[in-house]
Design a binder for this molecule. Sequence first.
Ligand code: 7PM
Length: 276
Amino acid sequence: MEMTFAGRTLDMSRCHVMGILNVTPDSFSDGGRFNQLDAALLRARQLVADGAAFIDVGGESTRPGAATVTVQEELDRVCPVVEAISQELDVVVSVDTSTPEVMTQSAALGAGLINDVRALQRDGALDAAASSGIPVCIMHIQGEPQTMQERPEYRNVLREVGEFLSERVRAAQGAGVAADNIILDPGFGFGKNLEHNLRLLASLEQLQALGHPLLVGMSRKSMLGEIVGRDVNERLPASLAAATISALKGAGIVRVHDVRETVDAVSVAMAVKEAG
Ligand code: 7PM
């Protein structure tokens, strides 16, 4: 149940908190590379002080309708941040990317995890992930980020997500990724309606049966907004409930915006789990 991320070993039978760090221009809009790096580092230090075990650095917005980013632009945004955090902070740097060049360069600069919402389906991604030698998170997605929420449909969402993830695990292992370097993610909100998302969360234990640690990301997502009827910035309590449920159901990592609050919620869930 242990996994090593660029020299840091974690017990994945416990639940760890991953803080989200966006390095898209819309998140630090006032320009300048130095200011962006500076702002990202300040945020990273806060996430670590709040108890994050991982920081997920992302330079490409997967929001439907978001502008596409060139490889060079993504490299320029992500690499300096990955390098600076890896050098300064005691945390696993995760790189949220589908781009092989970003995977390779980030791993060389100290990243400990590749988090690909496209499940290593881009040309060259399987080989880049395998060559990096670091763990990978393979996420389920139906369709493409731009259009995935238009009309998500499944005959049996749990079975189809399980089959997709199993196929991508086989592909990753075929390319040379070690089985014990693979994390799986059902991909909440990625080509799924509320009913699909709830069925997946209710059945998280069955995805554990695939034999890999699970990462889940529901923080502030619209599935929670639909349940509680609140705008994105009013979804902290709903996000904490989702993280708590995930931790109780055995998730190894919860990916969130609000690290400090989530660490407390997950601590309670883990204490209860251990008493049971
Ligand atoms: C627009 C759409 C903006 C989606 C932001 C998002 C996940 C992830 C994201 C996840 C893993 C968000 C998402 N979500 N990586 N990256 N799992 N592994 O709401 O659920 O943060 S981006």
